[in-house]
Design a protein around this ligand. Structure first.
Ligand code: HEM
Length: 538
């Protein structure tokens, strides 16, 4: 029952990874029997029927028949790399997580992805990008499962199947494969105006990044940090790329999508192979942990809102460098299992209703995708901290656990493993006050503003960025068969900004509707005089 130390390669000390290494002088069966011939099935005569007794044939074909696993239900297409994270120690006043301490180096695995397209779709599609990092810390694994856009489409996780059903290909014709330019997507976002803010970001240049190496990453949700004195703060987590943020033009994205659909994964692998290691700084925006959980009037639990950097600067707390390509795509990039619930002492969740649902969803989907409850034992998913979890048996079990008493406490296995005390670097249930309330299916009134941050974003754009956004909406909405959907979306654009709406309406040959909600600052179609892009976390 003792802890089982593991090595990063997955081999347990004293054991050779015999079936996984695929090395040796001879070709063998999976049982290690040497083979003379793997090209011909065993037949009753050269021109006769194949014999059922041919074990090697049956083993080879049967295994092949089961080679595929389901692709991720979202974020199916991705590319990944190994690397290292080094803490600066600057987070110490607010966060006690050991991996953020000065000079601590932690192995990491980062997977970038598109959200909507299937595994075989093209890299340069207009989409949000996933940016998920697994930190194999000494205090357990921490997963930062973020995106390249700081806000999300929906506010309540209950709506996640709906937004994904709308964004995925139409159920009848299975088109389009990887784009949002279709009726169901625009039907959804025009009916659920909370989605307008996120949609505006990815109609902009961030929807077609030049390279994974040139993307920001955002944890999106607000997290709760705690320091070694038990004091808490709220925080948003950001990745800032050393190479800066760069995008493709729409024309470049289309050409590359045809000429090299693997453009982004090739770029990542080639850069690492050539020693041009991509790197990002992890930064935090810190807010007081107040009862309202809001900052400067922004509800920190609403994942459709961000906090402009001019209000709360991003403070660097460490550096990520990706320096090693995976050896086997399936074993590592495909089988990696991220989960926003993988937390370490010092970093905790908040009651953001999107995050709360995510805490359920990831392990649930992985039970199917990775074939049962033991996927944490796959080499890429193994913690680099000692494991003593008392989880037993199940499909895909690799452990041959010793001991007779996998329960706690017991008096049979030579005493019990310790339960960690306050000072032992254990996970902590922070004593957060739950406000007195009644059970109900509803969201707070502070979630009702769907347009003001979208307006702020649009007005921070330079003229060329505005041109790109107008072109993107015009192209995508022109692909909708239903005129009512285009009209409804124009109404949302009118509520964001009159100039944006008028320009898209003109491109579509339609009449721009009047806004139905007032702009809180009384302006409309204002010229670019507001905050520069850099102040908006861009
Ligand atoms: C992947 C669910 C919101 C980022 C996934 C997967 C599921 C899922 C089921 C596939 C996991 C797997 O097969 O291993 C949800 C639900 C959400 C939600 C239910 C809302 C309630 C978000 C948000 C973000 C995000 C807000 C970004 C902050 C990602 C990323 C991946 C992913 C990056 C891919 C991880 C990888 O590379 O393997 N999500 N998601 N998701 N999700 Fe979410």
């Amino acid at each position: 029952q003792g802890a089982q130390p593991r090595t990063p390669t997955g081999a347990e000390p004293g054991r050779e990874p015999s079936t996984t290494a695929q090395q040796g002088e001879f070709l063998t069966t999976s049982q290690g029997a040497r083979l003379r011939d793997t090209d011909h099935s065993l037949k009753a005569g050269r021109r006769g029927p194949v014999l059922l007794q041919d074990h090697h044939l049956r083993e080879k074909i049967t295994h092949f028949d089961h080679e595929r696993i389901p692709e991720r239900v979202v974020h199916a297409r991705g590319a990944a790399a190994h690397g290292v994270f080094e803490g600066y120690g600057t987070a110490e006043p607010v966060c006690r997580a050991g991996f953020l301490a000065k000079g601590v180096r932690t192995e990491v695995f980062t997977r970038f992805s598109t959200v909507v397209g299937s595994r075989g779709s093209m890299d340069t599609a207009r989409d949000t990008r996933g940016f998920a990092t697994k930190f194999y810390t000494e205090e357990g694994t921490f997963d930062l499962v973020g995106n390249n856009i700081p806000v999300f489409f929906i506010q309540d996780g209950m709506k996640f199947p709906d937004v994904v059903h709308a964004a995925k290909p139409h159920p009848d014709r299975e088109i389009p494969q990887a784009q949002s330019a279709h009726d169901t997507f625009w039907d959804f976002v025009s009916l659920h105006t909370e989605a307008q803010h996120h949609t505006l970001w990815f109609m902009g240049d961030r929807g077609i990044p030049r390279s994974f190496r040139m993307m920001e990453g955002f944890g999106v949700h607000t997290f709760r940090l705690s320091n070694s004195d038990g004091e808490t703060s709220l925080a948003k987590l950001h990745w800032k790329p050393a190479l800066g943020v760069h995008s493709l033009t729409w024309e470049e994205a289309q050409l590359l999508g045809g000429a090299d659909p693997d453009f982004h994964r090739r770029d990542l692998a080639d850069a690492i192979e050539s020693g041009a290691y991509p790197s990002w700084e992890l930064g935090i925006q810190v807010f007081p942990d107040n009862a309202e959980q809001s900052f400067e009037g922004i509800d920190l639990l609403d994942p459709t809102k961000f906090v402009p950097e001019e209000l709360a600067p991003v403070q660097p707390v460490g550096r990520l460098t990706l320096d090693r390509n995976p050896r086997n795509y399936f074993a590592e990039t495909e089988q990696v299992a991220f989960n926003p619930g993988h937390l370490v002492p010092g970093i905790d969740v908040t009651d953001d209703p999107l995050l709360q649902v995510r805490l359920f969803s990831y392990v649930d989907t992985q039970l199917t995708r990775l074939g049962g409850p033991n996927f944490a034992q796959l080499p890429i998913n193994r913690a680099h901290a000692p494991i003593n979890d008392m989880l037993r048996d199940g499909y895909g079990q690799q452990g041959d656990h010793s001991g007779v008493a996998p329960y706690q406490p017991n008096s049979l296995d030579g005493g019990c493993p310790f339960l960690a005390g306050e000072m032992d670097g254990a996970l902590e249930d922070l004593p957060v006050v739950v406000p007195e309330s009644v059970k109900e299916r509803a969201l707070s009134a502070t979630f009702e503003d769907h347009f003001s941050q979208a307006r702020l974003f649009w007005r921070s754009m330079t003229p060329v960025e505005r041109d790109h956004i107008v072109d993107a909406y015009s192209f995508e909405l022109a692909k909708c068969y239903e005129a009512t959907i285009r009209e409804r979306q124009l109404q949302s654009l009118a509520n964001i900004d009159g100039e944006l709406c008028a320009r898209v309406a003109a491109a579509l040959g339609m009449t721009a509707p009047e806004r139905t909600i007032p702009a809180e600052d009384g302006t409309d179609g204002a010229p670019v005089t507001s905050a520069p892009l850099s102040q908006l976390g861009a």
